[in-house]
Write a protein that binds this ligand. Structure first.
Ligand SMILES: Nc1nc2c(ncn2[C@@H]2O[C@H](COP(=O)(O)OP(=O)(O)OP(=O)(O)O)[C@@H](O)[C@H]2O)c(=O)[nH]1
Ligand SMILES: [Mg+2]
Length: 242
């Protein structure tokens, strides 16, 4: 009942939940995307709970001096399935800057990649619970919550869901946390090359969105293997960079 209409735009589905959907797939945003991506890149560093605050404070000072508004885009997703955060970041940036692995737990800090003009993509460790080193995972959970709550620059979070595994309770919890903090997010399905039934995935996602009344209007379907949905994701970031 909340989903008034669904529009298929190549690899992006727009659910019109409330009001008008965001239309960022315009030539203007693809032009902006080509100006933002594949150009300059500065790795600002890897940060953890003990130094993230100092780093954000320093960025506030730099913003005051430069007068350029800093905008951060967080790539976030569960630990459970090794969802492909760093792989997606590499594919978006067009270079292998973040280390990837077949095993979960590779990215262990918040890693900041500045694309120039204070537009920053942030890679993150996986959230959720798993066998293995629970202390690490709990620590990453706190780090992420702290960052999401406290970064004055966080413009949009891209919440990655493995399309083979679908929505998990831990994802629903993260989305609810973001909703309660009024932090905007976009849902991105990864590894779409592994599934044949996109329609089923769309239907299940609709049901989940209806159940939880998430305010997100856009679902992205991506694969770094066959490059599905990467351009659309770049356009989305360009849209929020305005
Ligand atoms: N088939 C397929 N495999 C993918 C895709 N994206 C990532 N992978 C694989 O998924 C595995 C995990 O990728 P990562 O990018 O390291 O995942 P991550 O979410 O950053 O994992 P952590 O840093 O450990 O939390 C790697 O073996 C990738 O090759 C995709 O689009 N399709
Ligand atoms: Mg990673």
């Amino acid at each position: 009942m909340f989903l008034k209409k669904t529009r298929f735009l190549l690899s992006t589905v727009i659910f019109d939940l409330k009001g008008e959907p965001i239309l960022f797939q315009k030539p203007k945003y693809s032009q902006m995307a080509s100006e933002i991506f594949y150009k300059t890149l500065k790795i600002e560093g890897k940060f953890e709970k003990n130094n993230i605050d100092d780093f954000l404070q320093q960025q506030l000072k730099e913003q005051e001096l430069s007068k350029i508004k800093r905008k951060e885009f967080l790539i976030i997703g569960t630990f459970l399935s090794n969802v492909g955060k760093s792989s997606l970041l590499n594919a978006l940036l067009g270079r292998n800057v973040a280390e990837t692995s077949n095993y979960p737990g590779k990215t262990r800090s918040l890693d900041f990649y500045n694309l120039g003009q204070s537009k920053v993509i942030v890679d993150s460790p996986g959230y959720g619970f798993a066998k293995g080193n629970k202390k690490d995972i709990q620590h990453w959970g706190y780090l992420m919550q702290y960052y999401i709550k406290n970064s004055p620059f966080l413009k949009q979070s891209y919440v990655l869901i493995d399309s083979e595994h679908g929505f998990k309770d831990v994802d629903a919890m993260t989305l609810q946390l973001m909703q309660s903090l009024e932090k905007p997010f976009t849902i991105v399905f990864t590894k779409c090359d592994k599934i044949s039934k996109i329609d089923e995935l769309v239907q299940k996602s609709r049901e989940n969105l209806e159940k939880h009344i998430y305010s997100s209007q856009v679902l992205h379907f991506t694969s770094v293997r066959n490059r599905t949905g990467l351009v659309e994701l770049q356009q989305s970031i360009a849209f929020y960079c305005q």
